[in-house]
Design a protein around this ligand. Structure first.
Ligand SMILES: NC(=O)c1ccc[n+]([C@@H]2O[C@H](COP(=O)([O-])OP(=O)(O)OC[C@H]3O[C@@H](n4cnc5c(N)ncnc54)[C@H](O)[C@@H]3O)[C@@H](O)[C@H]2O)c1
Length: 263
């Protein structure tokens, strides 16, 4: 795909990986549309993209809402005339053990609530589904050349303390093969799907972690540091330009060989 003048929609575009992807694609000539719940963040990122000479539009969007996601996708077409890249980066964590036992009595004193589990599934899994579906509908109906990018994470071993989060990310790692299987059945050749599975990325969420826990995690990372959000953005830009990358989930972990155990 030619990046210059392509149009990308990025959810979670007000922070972290979504912000880096939006800025990086805009710097490469892509016209970007960002959606997020954080309006102040959207204004800031859009202002910075414009100041750097990029083209950007934004709207507040909760990815769990069919209507709001549809509006976000339509904004791309109204404003920039097409829709080629969709990065579903909106995501949340609500960490905790499934059951926490009391050190003295050995009895369960706290458990992950159903709400805590469902909230993460709702944003990370259902929200990504709505995002990718709404983009795919418009790409197919208008014949746009497209790339769908759902965001997974460490998805094989999972992460202790993240039963809710890891469940969503393991599922998303499967999506490219399932979605491209559908497209293959129906002869849809113009749209690719590539998931990205980052390891530990230096976004505000991770940098704000307990520093001791973070140091423990980095011991299991071969390059010995957090991945920069810009490095994730570079991989997405590369995948967009290389048609041979399709129906797969690309890991970018800095050589993560073990998961730090939650303390
Ligand atoms: N940071 C990491 O180490 C890491 C690693 C692997 C995968 N990921 C994944 O990458 C994605 C981005 O993570 P990040 O680190 O940039 O996080 P972040 O918190 O910096 O950004 C996430 C953005 O999503 C937005 N958001 C949350 N709920 C939303 C909703 N319902 N609708 C719309 N927007 C919503 C937030 O407002 C925020 O701006 C997530 O899916 C995350 O799971 C992150």
């Amino acid at each position: 795909m030619e990046l210059k003048n392509a149009v990308a929609v990025i959810t979670g575009g007000a922070s972290g990986i979504g912000e880096a992807v939006a800025k990086s694609l805009a710097a490469r000539g892509v016209r970007v549309v960002i959606g997020d719940m954080d309006v102040k963040g959207l204004e800031r990122v859009a202002g910075e993209i414009t100041a750097a000479g990029g083209q950007v539009a934004w709207t507040r969007c909760n990815v769990t809402s069919d209507d709001e996601v549809a509006t976000l996708m339509d904004l791309a077409i109204e404003k920039f005339g097409q829709l080629n890249i969709c990065v579903a980066s909106a995501g949340i964590i609500k960490d905790g053990l499934m059951i926490s036992t009391d050190k003295e009595t050995g009895k369960v004193r706290k458990a992950m609530t159903t709400e805590q589990f469902k909230a993460v599934v709702d944003v990370n899994l259902v929200g990504s589904f709505i995002t990718i579906r709404e983009a795919a509908i418009r790409m197919v109906n208008n014949g746009y050349q497209g790339l769908l990018v759902p965001i997974s994470s460490v998805n094989k071993a999972g992460q202790t303390g993240q039963l809710n989060y890891s469940s969503t990310k393991a599922a998303i790692a499967l999506w490219p093969k399932i979605i491209i299987g559908e497209f293959q059945m129906r002869g849809i050749k113009n749209i690719r799907c590539v998931a990205i599975a980052p390891g530990y990325v230096g976004t505000p969420m991770v940098r704000g972690m307990n520093q001791e826990a973070l140091a423990g995690i980095l011991q299991g990372v071969h390059i010995g540091r957090l991945i920069e959000p810009e490095e994730i953005a570079d991989l997405i830009a590369y995948a967009a330009q290389n048609e041979a990358i399709d129906a797969t989930c690309l890991e970018i972990t800095g050589g993560l060989i073990a998961n730090g155990l939650a303390k």
